[in-house]
Design a protein around this ligand. Structure first.
Ligand SMILES: Nc1ncnc2c1ncn2[C@@H]1O[C@H](COP(=O)(O)OP(=O)(O)OP(=O)(O)O)[C@@H](O)[C@H]1O
Ligand SMILES: [Mg+2]
Length: 591
């Protein structure tokens, strides 16, 4: 939930350690802010003094002195303002860079389930815009807000000292202006929120349609897409126009009020007293200069209030992510969990395992089966029956709802997660390739794995040929999402990736679904060789590839309805027999 407070102290507390790290930048920035705010108060006073004292005395020497002082103050104030902005911006960039790195680190350690509820595209867009808001808070916002507030206070003090009664009277129009400013800002805020929303919708639409451009072109739907976009753009354009019109009309009126009406009021209040000799002309000049100088910054402050609220909402979201517990913390939090050394000599057992992704939607219902070391076990069953879910639990991507998975009698949660995963080589249904070349995609940035081992792995899975065809070999860059490789080629790479780490347990999820028959045969042979010394779990739709497994486990709607060798299942399970008939008959027909 976003908090809608102007300043949220809890968030400031969260940010404090980050500011502390940059305390020198922070303190020097603040000091400069204090100095520049004071300097801005001084130069009107110098002009006032020249008018009141130097000119009547006809003292040319003094006039030069004060003129020099005036120029010095102006130049100094400009220089310091420049450095103050640079210092604070630098601090903002440093803090945001740290936050971003920490968030990326957090994302890499969050339980996989987090990303089921938080679409990645949206997450990235939000991180980017949240970080940008925080950067602005430090660079532009802090300068305008605090600098101008300091100046405003200093100005009131000087004005009260110079003429108490008139300043007291002036508080009335000043308050009116400030209040109407804030009203306008909250009125415009609604428009700008709507514009931002429409903007991200439009960007989302454009991104998604461009990603699917080949489908749109094939179905000739370019016109429809454009008209969808056009509708959204029209709403945005109208909202934008209304906001801009309101804003600029108001600023126009405001400029007139400040630059003309306010000066008239000042002259009206002070001129009679000047004539009576109660107030000096210099005081009138100081007052006029001050009021001229404060209102535009006030307008900027009021404009920035929405931005500040947004920045605090962003900080809230950022720390919400940073404060999530990573998957490793789940273990660390529990003192009972002294990690057990991992030994897998005999058996992996699923004991009464139940699991749900969402509340009250049981996906696995009391699953029991075991895998002996060295066995090849196949998981079969219809789409959605829970096969991938079962292996996700074995890899500890999700927490089991009830029951447990035991390796030689020890619950897998009692193992160090990293160590446990090192035992497993996983080839998933969708192959995912990362930015980088083929080498890095196979060894996943682990540079202890030398090229020799990579070539060995490629040779094993029968992918050497494909690599030699490429001009740069394993240094060939992979395009976004592996677009420059065929689906089968990607699959071969993911095989190589799984075995290069020499895991004890190999899991193949539908791994040969997208390669041609010849390649599949090749892989099958290579795999048989690799799997000789390994324990393997193979998920397959095509029974032909798994009938020789040591055990076939037949899933149906989150239950295991039969388990055993192919021949046992043929005898025991009608469902299995039906599946076999269906597949082998259609095969024959096709052949
Ligand atoms: N991340 C998820 N969040 C919510 N529900 C999920 C998630 N992943 C899978 N499911 C649901 O869990 C059920 C089992 O899915 P699972 O992926 O285990 O099936 P499967 O047997 O591997 O199917 P297939 O053969 O098509 O790969 C399905 O009904 C699916 O909709
Ligand atoms: Mg699956």
């Amino acid at each position: 939930m976003e908090k809608k407070k102007f300043i949220n102290f809890k968030m400031i507390k969260e940010l404090t350690p980050y500011i502390k790290k940059e305390r020198w930048l922070f303190l020097s920035g603040l000091t400069m802010m204090l100095i520049t705010s004071t300097l801005r108060l001084i130069d009107p006073l110098i002009i006032g003094h020249i008018v009141d004292k130097v000119v009547p005395d006809n003292d040319i020497g003094k006039l030069y002195q004060f003129a020099g002082l005036f120029v010095t103050v102006i130049v100094l104030s400009g220089l310091l303002t420049y450095y103050q902005v640079i210092l604070l911006s630098k601090m903002g960039i440093k803090i945001v860079t740290r936050l971003k790195m920490q968030m990326f680190d957090k994302f890499l350690h969050l339980p996989v389930g987090y990303f089921d509820h938080n679409p990645v595209g949206e997450l990235i867009a939000r991180v980017e815009s949240d970080c940008e808001n925080v950067r602005q808070l430090f660079s532009d916002l802090s300068v305008t807000i605090f600098g101008n507030l300091l100046f405003f206070l200093g100005m009131l003090i000087v004005m009260f000292l110079r003429h108490f009664n008139v300043t007291l009277l002036l508080l009335i129009p000043i308050s009116i202006i400030i209040i109407s400013l804030f009203l306008l800002v909250s009125y415009l805020g609604k428009f700008y929120r709507k514009i931002r929303e429409l903007n991200s919708q439009i960007t989302g639409i454009i991104t998604e349609y461009i990603q699917g451009i080949s489908i749109i072109q094939l179905f000739n739907q370019q016109k429809r897409v454009i008209s969808i976009l056009d509708d959204k753009s029209k709403i945005k354009r109208n909202t934008d126009a209304r906001a801009t019109f309101t804003e600029y009309s108001f600023w126009g009126l405001f400029g007139f009020l400040i630059e003309t009406v306010f000066i008239v009021i000042l002259i009206y209040l002070l001129a009679p007293q000047i004539l009576l000799g109660l107030v000096t002309l210099g005081t009138l000049i100081v007052f006029i200069q001050y009021t001229q100088r404060i209102f535009w910054p006030l307008i900027m402050v009021s404009e920035n209030i929405n931005q500040i609220q947004r920045a605090f909402a962003s900080i809230y979201r950022i720390f919400n992510i940073l404060n999530l517990s990573s998957e490793y913390d789940v273990d660390k939090g529990n003192e009972k969990h002294k990690y057990q050394p991992i030994r897998f000599d005999n058996l992996i057992e699923f004991r009464n395992v139940s699991f749900q992704y969402k509340e009250d939607e049981l996906i696995l219902n009391n699953i029991n089966f075991c895998i002996k070391k060295g066995e090849k076990v196949a998981l079969v069953g219809a789409s959605g029956s829970g096969k991938t879910t079962t292996i996700s639990l074995l890899c500890r991507f999700y927490n089991i709802l009830s029951g447990g998975i035991y390796v030689d009698g020890i619950h897998i949660n009692d193992f160090d997660l990293k160590e446990w995963r090192k035992k497993i080589g996983l080839v998933l249904q969708d192959v995912y390739l990362f930015p980088g070349d083929i080498r890095e995609n196979i060894r996943i940035y682990d540079d202890t794995i030398v090229d020799e081992k990579i070539f060995e792995a490629l040779e094993y899975v029968g992918a050497s040929e494909m690599i030699t065809r490429l001009k740069n070999g394993i240094a060939t860059e992979i395009m976004e999402r592996g677009q420059n490789l065929s689906v089968g080629e990607k699959q071969l790479l993911s095989f190589a990736r799984a075995i290069v780490f020499d895991p004890e347990i190999i899991i193949l999820d539908e791994a040969t679904a997208s390669v041609d028959v010849l390649t599949e045969k090749k892989i099958q042979k290579a795999m048989d060789k690799i799997l000789e010394q390994k324990t393997a779990i193979i998920i397959a739709h095509r029974l032909s590839s798994v009938i020789h497994s040591d055990k076939i486990i037949f899933f149906h709607n989150g239950n295991i309805i039969a388990a055993g060798t192919h021949n046992q299942l043929l005898n025991e399970s009608n469902e299995y027999k039906k599946l076999v008939n269906l597949q082998f008959l259609s095969h024959k027909e096709a052949g």
